[in-house]
Write a protein that binds this ligand. Structure first.
Ligand SMILES: CCCCCCCC/C=C\CCCCCCCCCCCCCCCC(=O)SCCNC(=O)CCNC(=O)[C@H](O)C(C)(C)COP(=O)(O)OP(=O)(O)OC[C@H]1O[C@@H](n2cnc3c(N)ncnc32)[C@H](O)[C@@H]1OP(=O)(O)O
Ligand SMILES: Cc1cc2nc3c(=O)[nH]c(=O)nc-3n(C[C@H](O)[C@H](O)[C@H](O)COP(=O)(O)OP(=O)(O)OC[C@H]3O[C@@H](n4cnc5c(N)ncnc54)[C@H](O)[C@@H]3O)c2cc1C
Length: 672
């Protein structure tokens, strides 16, 4: 319907090629560092290619589809992928292989919660017999399960959950009930339309006594007809800010009966006579959430920011607007220091959070090994670290994606840029798996407890909180001094708020009031604690990684930039704590600007090193060839509103006015 408009030679493509020629480091080597080695890059590319070459996985750009089409296509593709392309024994979240598959997944997919929450819960909460029964069925998609914890009335405060599982000794069943409207399960992914089972978190009741939240496997739909079972009301909660392809659902249960064996009973059991047997700490009930918070930030948030950076930096390298030299040619917007100041720190965030996250995954794996031997002494530390890490990463990456989107000007608002999709994908990561504020408070609770102990009684990674403040020797901009600066700040924040808590409670104020009145500072201290962890982990990575000098230099510069950018955007906090002087802050700002200038020529190379394929981004602004304008026009042509030259509804509703206008104009014409 539209004629083709093409430039003979796109200036934008030429510009981006020049950027690549100017890069001062081997891009492929940085890709290998990102992936964790050359072999890992090769393996990831093989997996991505397998997915991208598969004709079953092709579909139109998502911005041209309705929600219904997006859900349908995602379900078709996901069912196919999980049955045919994912290894039969599943993948372990946190493993490299899991990361490679998550990079290969189509831009929209579903059945994820089944894979990343339902299956892992069977493994962590089920006894050996239960795992043997449910796991093969779940891995084969013979049963599809949701993780049904949150209710209409309660998400954060799990002790307030209202769904009940009452033991009926006579029939040896649990009777599941949502006593009120607010008790219905609300939000779980895959639950509205696709799931036929749910891992329901409910309050266990035996002989009228409440035993708190436990995990039950509840069948919600018939396996042959897919109809909801008696007593079950289930459906999709409706359209959201994003996640169009996912059927986040509601589930209302009235007298739904399940066999006694469906209580996942590795940690606690109900005997046939109703005796309750506790086999492990109640805290392990929360283990599923630690698992998600440790293993998913990379695919949920860090990769999303990496994509947004790729789009915004490639676009900024070809978008020319305005003059730097009076009388000269128009410049790429990436040449403006202010554009660099928006975008290059986001690149630093991607690297910092990715390598710090790998450290947490290792810590968690060590914890799981100890737990298998019955030792859960590190649980509080890993909970505190993973809670604040998930909160900080989701927050930093969400803010970063919005910075990238706005940095693309008007085109960043277009779905064709891919950026609104990324923003809507990343923003709920601040809420799900634990709302960020609530998670920071959990970390702070642990830190305040630690602050009253002796260093020798604390885990090694926490002892600095109660040790003397360290002196910085030399420039604030050295990596060693950055670590000291963040550690000192975290220690002073925690000590400060602990003092406030103690003083108020010594004056006789009830603890819950003390806590509420201190919560602003508590959250600040948790944020500073996790920042010192991230900086420390990034510095260790940069120091230890084996790579060529130019790559090392880029990583060191990104690491320094990450720390300095945080200092410069929160300088008031550092000054208030007395960790930095005004002179330090001035130096930090100048050094940040110098680093931006130094990294600028490598910016396109650094995003190329993430190695995202064009089809994994669906972005007219971020494609490898830089051909932004032709792509935007081609995408506009696909808009469903452009199917007909005359849209029938515009014609129908506006025609009467137009006819009036035509008559007036013709009258004017004939008078003249
Ligand atoms: C096998 C798999 C194959 C996979 C194949 C896949 C292939 C790859 C394909 C793709 C991959 C793509 C990747 C993903 C891409 C992204 C897409 C996005 C997907 C979206 C997924 C969304 C999932 C979302 C799931 C959810 O949201 S589930 C719901 C989460 N809800 C919460 O987190 C609730 C938060 N609330 C709480 O945690 C608690 O209730 C509370 C806040 C801690 C309560 O506070 P309270 O003070 O009341 O605590 P108490 O209950 O009294 O407890 C007190 C003590 O317990 C300690 N505590 C608390 N929590 C924990 C814990 N978690 N662990 C340990 N200890 C804990 C607490 O500190 C107290 O201790 P004390 O000593 O101080 O007393
Ligand atoms: C896209 C998406 C997918 C989801 N998938 C699932 C799923 O698969 N399964 C599932 O079970 N759930 C799921 N959820 C639900 C999610 O886990 C909850 O929404 C989340 O845990 C937050 O709980 P809430 O909604 O009750 O928020 P609330 O706790 O009501 O938060 C509202 C506000 O109150 C504040 N607040 C709450 N408590 C405190 C406190 N103690 N101190 C200070 N401030 C406080 C919060 O900071 C926030 O600002 C999903 C949610 C979304 C958005």
């Amino acid at each position: 319907m539209f004629s083709t408009v093409k430039d003979d030679m796109s200036i934008e493509s030429t510009l981006i090629s020049k950027e690549r020629k100017n890069a001062k480091f081997p891009v492929e080597e940085l890709t290998n560092v990102w992936d964790g080695g050359k072999e890992e890059t090769e393996l990831r590319r093989k997996i991505v290619k397998l997915f991208e070459d598969d004709p079953v996985l092709k579909s139109p750009p998502i911005c041209t589809m309705t929600r219904e089409e997006r859900f349908t296509k995602a379900t078709r593709k996901s069912a196919y992928i999980y049955r045919n392309l994912i290894p039969n024994n599943g993948l372990h979240p946190g493993s490299r292989e899991f990361e490679h598959f998550s990079r290969a997944m189509p831009i929209e997919n579903n059945l994820l919660v089944h894979m990343i929450a339902f299956i892992p819960c069977i493994k962590s909460f089920g006894s050996q017999e239960q795992v043997a029964k449910w796991l093969p069925l779940a891995l084969n998609l013979n049963i599809i399960g949701a993780y049904a914890q949150t209710e209409l009335g309660h998400g954060s405060f799990l002790r307030g959950i209202e769904t009940e599982a009452t033991f009926d000794k006579k029939t040896q069943e649990f009777v599941i009930n949502c006593p009120k409207v607010s008790s219905m399960k609300w939000w779980p992914g895959d639950m509205g339309l696709n799931a036929n089972h749910a891992l329901v978190m409910a309050n266990l009741i035996i002989d009228g006594k409440e035993y708190g939240m436990h995990a039950f496997i509840v069948q919600i739909r018939d396996l042959s007809t897919h109809m909801p079972l008696p007593g079950v009301t289930v459906g999709d909660i409706g359209s959201k800010m994003g996640f169009e392809a996912i059927d986040n659902g509601f589930l209302y249960m009235k007298n739904v009966r399940i066999p006694r064996e469906n209580l996942l009973n590795k940690n606690s059991e109900v005997k046939p006579d109703g005796t309750y047997v506790k086999k492990a700490s109640d805290r392990l009930m929360y283990g599923s959430m630690v698992n998600l918070r440790v293993n998913l930030p990379k695919s949920q948030a860090i990769d999303v920011l990496a994509k947004a950076c790729t789009i915004a930096i490639r676009y900024s390298a070809v978008r020319r607007q305005g003059l730097l030299n009076p009388g000269g040619a128009e410049v790429a917007v990436l040449d403006y220091t202010l554009q660099q100041h928006k975008l290059i720190p986001q690149l630093a965030t991607v690297y910092a959070t990715k390598f710090a996250g790998e450290g947490i995954i290792k810590k968690h794996q060590a914890f799981l090994q100890n737990m298998a031997k019955g030792n859960i002494s590190d649980l509080a530390e890993i909970h505190a670290l993973s809670a604040s890490f998930k909160a900080s990463v989701s927050e930093q990456c969400t803010e970063g994606v919005e910075v990238c989107r706005r940095a693309c000007g008007g085109h960043g608002y277009s779905q064709a840029s891919g950026l609104p999709f990324l923003l809507c994908k990343i923003t709920p990561s601040c809420t799900y798996e634990g709302e960020n504020t609530v998670l920071y408070l959990q970390t702070a609770r642990y830190l305040v407890k630690c602050a009253s102990k002796q260093a020798a009684d604390l885990p090694e990674s926490i002892a600095f909180l109660v040790q003397p403040i360290q002196d910085m020797k030399g420039s604030i901009t050295s990596l060693d001094n950055l670590i000291i600066c963040f550690k000192n700040s975290a220690a002073l924040c925690v000590q400060g708020v602990s003092k406030k808590v103690n003083e108020m409670s010594n004056k006789g104020l009830a603890m819950h009031e003390v806590w509420n009145k201190s919560s602003v500072q508590l959250v600040k201290s948790a944020k500073m604690y996790v920042m010192q962890y991230i900086i420390g982990a990034f510095v260790s990575f940069v120091t230890e990684v084996k790579c060529s000098e130019p790559i090392k230099e880029i990583l060191q510069d990104l690491c320094c930039l990450y720390g300095l950018h945080y200092i410069n955007t929160h300088s008031g906090e550092f000054l208030k704590l007395g960790v930095l002087s005004a002179h330090h802050c001035t130096l930090a700002e100048e050094t940040e600007i110098q680093l931006l200038e130094k990294l600028r020529p490598n910016a396109v190379g650094i995003v190329d090193a993430f190695d995202f394929t064009d089809s994994s981004m669906e972005s007219c602004l971020g494609a490898y060839d830089g051909n932004v304008y032709e792509r935007l026009f081609d995408m506009a042509k696909l808009s469903p509103l452009n199917k007909e030259k005359v849209h029938q509804e515009s014609y129908r509703h506006l025609r009467p006015f137009l006819l009036e206008g035509r008559d007036i104009l013709e009258g004017v014409k004939s008078k003249n």
